[in-house]
Design a protein around this ligand. Sequence first.
Ligand SMILES: [Zn+2]
Ligand SMILES: [Zn+2]
Length: 347
Amino acid sequence: MVFLWSAVKAVRFYGAGKPLKLEDTETPKISDTEVLVKVKAAGICHTDLHFLDGTLAPWKGSLPLTLGHEIAGEIDSVGSKVRRFRKGERVVVNNGVSCGKCKYCKMGRENICVDLDQLGFTLNGGYAEYVKVPERTLLRLPKEVTYEDGALLPCGVASSYHALMDIARLRKGETLLINGTGGLGTGAIQIAKIAGAKVIAVDVIDEKLGMAKRLGADEVVNSKSEDLGGAVKRITGGQGVDVALELVGTSAAMRNALGALGKTGRYVIVGYTKELLEASPLNLVILEAEIRGVVAYTMKDLQAVVRLVQRGKLKPVVARKFSLGEVSSALELLRQGSIAGRSIAVP
Ligand SMILES: [Zn+2]
Ligand SMILES: [Zn+2]
């Protein structure tokens, strides 16, 4: 029997409102500077729901597209000009493929590159047995870090690190409110505690708040059963919080976060919906408060969180494991809010 091409299973996105399909696809062919990675684990992220719902659309490239942008795996083969990596090495992938030349790349802010491609957004991603990636997106995964933990580090943990450390400039002794204790929230709590901040974790599901407490949150508030404004007042002695991290993005959640800000408060928005943010300019003026959007992470952030896990300071929360064929149902569970921590797909 002659095989004309070897098949690679991949979860394909055909456009908003259409179901994901698990299909046989052609094995990716690598160029001189690319690396073929055998996917060992891929984080299942809420962003994929934004694609399915049409909140976010691939801004270039063509459909169908293999989703999955949180990837750890083993190198299967390397292009002829790849120098830093070789077959068999364990790696984690930075899913941002930046140009390396624009003013933002030169500032070390390659996550907002003007010509950005992203694996799992505009290029085929990691819900697949194999994925091809440019060499410079790779970071070696130390032996102390499992593939499963590794897969959660890029988007799930490095994004929180970027938001809290780079953008919000969270400092020791400050108080942080975290809206939403899902995949990003569990990492954010641990990063904030490492930074020496006091953490108030907010959610509407008690099970998630229990986990937040175990991960080190100083205070947990169920905003469904308790008035958040009153709770923040009590916890901060009426001062308000220094930083609020938005991981939910509904109007109600955003109103709560803005209301919790104290003087010089920084409100950093990572999670979003289609709902609008309504802010009183007067309140912002009086507090000298800031509102900042935050997207993804830089290679430096990814390096930092890999080191934290290697040194045993941070432990990503792997909620559940799914096969590639189960990614759709895993995303539905995520939509219902019934997953504590981050799930992964294991090809
Ligand atoms: Zn993600
Ligand atoms: Zn660039």
